[in-house]
Design a binder for this molecule. Structure first.
Ligand code: SF4
Ligand code: SF4
Length: 141
């Protein structure tokens, strides 16, 4: 974690990400979470929560990419960058690259040449920096 970085009053990953250990689907608040406050079982939270690699905490991202502000939770792994959001406007922004969040993410994947997996409530899309095209994937239930 970068020194000085913290979750603050962000709890967005506790809503957007699925959590098998708690039988929690994505886009539903974890029952252990008090939104904007934190995890009520922090010291006993599941290993998946401990291991979650939030890019806001581990990379030098601009202030507007704070998940609480951007409504996007970013995580890198398996040579992919994952972007979770529940805000349809952010999804459009990223895909069209017509807002600062979208411009930032498109520039980032260009620089690191890594596909971006966009995940929201109803769809998953991959933006491939080389092919510059979007691929629709079917979401599992
Ligand atoms: S999304 Fe990142 S900053 Fe927000 S609560 Fe989760 S780990 Fe913390
Ligand atoms: S167990 Fe705690 S850290 Fe994990 S998703 Fe639930 S509220 Fe968040």
């Amino acid at each position: 974690m970068i020194e000085g970085k913290s979750c603050g009053d962000c709890t967005l990953c506790c809503k957007l990400l699925p959590l098998e250990e708690k039988n929690k689907p994505k886009d539903v608040w974890c029952k252990e979470c008090t939104p904007s406050n934190g995890c009520n079982i922090y010291d006993e939270r599941p290993q998946a929560c401990i291991d979650f690699d939030c890019m806001w905490l581990t990379y030098s991202l601009p202030e507007f990419m704070n998940p609480k502000k951007s409504k996007v939770v970013l995580s890198a792994g398996h040579e992919r960058i994952f972007a979770y959001t529940d805000n349809p406007r952010v999804m459009v922004d990223i895909i069209k690259s017509d807002g600062r969040v979208g411009r930032f993410l498109n520039q980032m994947i260009e620089e690191v040449q890594t596909p971006l997996i966009l995940i929201n409530k109803n769809e998953v899309r991959t933006i491939n920096p080389k092919q510059k095209k979007f691929i629709n994937l079917n979401l599992p239930d």
